[in-house]
Design a binder for this molecule. Sequence first.
Ligand SMILES: *[C@@H]1O[C@H](CO)[C@@H](O)[C@H](O)[C@H]1NC(C)=O
Ligand SMILES: *[C@@H]1O[C@H](CO)[C@@H](O)[C@H](O)[C@H]1NC(C)=O
Ligand SMILES: *[C@@H]1O[C@H](CO)[C@@H](O)[C@H](O)[C@H]1NC(C)=O
Ligand SMILES: *[C@@H]1O[C@H](CO)[C@@H](O)[C@H](O)[C@H]1NC(C)=O
Ligand SMILES: *[C@@H]1O[C@H](CO)[C@@H](O)[C@H](O)[C@H]1NC(C)=O
Length: 766
Amino acid sequence: MENKWLFLFSSLFVCFLSVQAHELQTYIVQLHPNGMAKTAFGSKVEWHLSFLEKVVSSDEGDTSSRFLYSYHSAMEGFAARLTTDDVQALKRYPDVIAVRPDRKHEVHTTYSYKFLGLSTRNEGAWLKSGFGRGSIIGVLDTGAWPESPSFSDVGMPPVPKKWKGICQEGEDFNSSNCNRKLIGARFYSKGHLVASQSESPDGMHEYLSPRDSHGHGSHTASTAGGAAVPMASVLGYAAGEARGMAPGAHIAIYKVCWYNGCYSSDILAAMDAAIRDGVDVLSLSLGGFPVPLYEDNIAVGSFRAVEHGISVICAAGNNGKIESSVANVAPWIATVGASSLDRTFPAVVRLRNGKILYGESMYPASHLLSAEKELELVYLADGNKGSDFCLKGSLPRAKVRGKMVVCDRGINGRADKGQAVKEAGGVAMVLTNTPINLEEDSVDVHVLPATLVGFDESIQLKSYINSTRRPKARIIFGGTVIGKSRAPAVAQFSSRGPSFTDPSILKPDVIAPGVNIIAAWPQNLGPTGLPEDTRRVNFTVMSGTSMSCPHVSGIAALIHSAYPKWTPAAIKSALMTTADITDHKGKPIMDGDQTATLFAMGSGHINPAKAINPGLVYDIHPDDYITHLCSRGFTRSEIFTITHRNVSCHYILQRNKGFSLNYPSFSVIFRTGMTGKTIRRTLTNVGSPNSVYSVVVQAPEGVKVRVKPRRLVFKHSNQTRSYRVWFVSKKKRGTIRMQHGQGYLTWVNTRDSLYRVRSPISVTWT
Ligand SMILES: *[C@@H]1O[C@H](CO)[C@@H](O)[C@H](O)[C@H]1NC(C)=O
Ligand SMILES: *[C@@H]1O[C@H](CO)[C@@H](O)[C@H](O)[C@H]1NC(C)=O
Ligand SMILES: *[C@@H]1O[C@H](CO)[C@@H](O)[C@H](O)[C@H]1NC(C)=O
Ligand SMILES: *[C@@H]1O[C@H](CO)[C@@H](O)[C@H](O)[C@H]1NC(C)=O
Ligand SMILES: *[C@@H]1O[C@H](CO)[C@@H](O)[C@H](O)[C@H]1NC(C)=O
């Protein structure tokens, strides 16, 4: 599925380049938050509209029809359809502080809760937090399918009193579709409609309401806070009880993603409402290319959300393994990359010569006998027509009819390839990974018997086909297998650091399960999501950092329920300092055939049982982010755009000499000629009142690390203690080639070594 969204994403630039001066396009106009005080307007909306009236001449008809949204909470300002001339005219008004074009974004579990150690039997995170009771998770996505058993409210507590949201009516959706689980639902389509102006693609019906037409939103929302559903399975696979990460939490749906993507004008409108509605956690499984923070509407909206005490959790993106591809990198956001589980769905390919190639698939069990037939193999390696990728219409019927067709991964969706083979008369398919995917197996519920093999296997398969006149093979399906493979491991598609816009903050922050995740699915869609797929399911399997993000959103909701007063920064610190850096076999987490670096996994793999009891946290006050922006060299007006605060960086930096953001991870950058750096950090005791911690350092190669003091003594809870770290580069100019180094700094409780507060150290020489 990830391919489909990547494709949508890549059409972004086309629309930017084609803008003409007279053409109307959506812009987001940011206004001075106190600007209205100087005017006589009775409401914010009137004030916002007045700007349009000033620049749009009256002979162009009704100006209000150009107006899309008025924002107050995520930002002060509005979205409207404007020409480039209008934009120039608007920029002359002093109260207009920024104008940005609308931007398109892509949308980037029966088992993952057990894998993460969440269970009712032990003293787990679920019991401690009452399963996330009382927390509200806002999900910005493609909507939800309210009748899904994952959104049942049996056993749910009443809607929290602080909740101010609504259940917005629309096509096939009314107030009776909300309940004590799905407590709110809204939809935002204006930005999308302006940009798209076309009918939705063939065979796809898009509900103009919070109802999910795609499945992605039902999947992510149920991963975060879905109810427990016994006997859940995908056509017989992975059978078991399905539950979200925080099954006791409430969910609020904000539909902002449509067939053509998710527009920032719609996203901002949703964040604006969610802040007022009273969500505790915002989950955004979407994103775009990394852009400077002052042009990044998600960064701007989420700063206001964090000021309101809302945790903002975002997907890192699916552009791995490209360096610096990680998106949603603002320091107040928790950025989540993807990992694989230890659950596999073996479906091996047995070649006629007896050789067995390992593969994985989720083909429905009831069809197995006929599916395992031996068939003639065919691979049409004609790059021009796209038949190697099995693009729709590229496969000549005469060549594939009755055969097992080999298709390379990439370009179109994995399930789409199966449909293309089926349409051309093929009866089975082997999907082959390329060097981009290596051995990663993202399975699908294909429309015909199919399996996916790794890159090594694909080479063996293709040379067998080359070496034989009538190559034949059969697929042997092996059901669901748990615990055999090494996991967690970094998913190959997971976007990588270092952060393009701010390398002084290590990103991604954490990784969480994102490969072959099973969660809720609209009841009018087939498990592949293809219009031709007539099968019906309540659950399906998907892969992507989109799936990882709601895992962390659910766990953030658990922490919020256990400690309602904690700031978003404290919650994020708990998630990061307790993350695992080894896999279930106790060995370092892998990334393909290499050990994962910090740019792939950040602080590590999320561990909810530990995150609910972190001992110490690195807390951050919103003012500290402003000092950080000052120290990064942002201008006064850029900082004003991002944070709505008018500050003098000169004054702030003078009062905060040697400032470093109290982030739970370290990123040290040695510029040429620089040999040392001192960083200060402050820890807050959230564990037992009397506790003593001592430091353990694993220094990066080529760096000397000194910490002072080496012991931190806490006498009561909520007490803070600071320490300093000196990083000294031992690298002599020209002697070491290495550009990056990595290590760890860990505070270990002297009485109970289970409390380990670990921060990764990333060092870069530039
Ligand atoms: C909502 O829709 C359902 C099904 O169409 C209908 O039975 C119900 O009366 C509607 N409820 C309201 C409040 O409109
Ligand atoms: C198979 O043969 C084709 C053309 O004859 C060649 O381009 C390709 O590299 C061969 N593939 C393998 C895996 O041997
Ligand atoms: C999906 O869930 C509904 C409601 O729980 C149930 O009636 C239906 O049988 C389920 N469908 C499938 C395919 O399992
Ligand atoms: C910020 O404050 C300065 C000095 O107080 C003032 O000159 C400037 O106009 C203010 N800027 C904004 C955007 O409010
Ligand atoms: C902890 O201390 C800070 C001030 O240092 C205070 O604002 C906060 O309310 C305290 N939190 C708790 C839970 O007592």
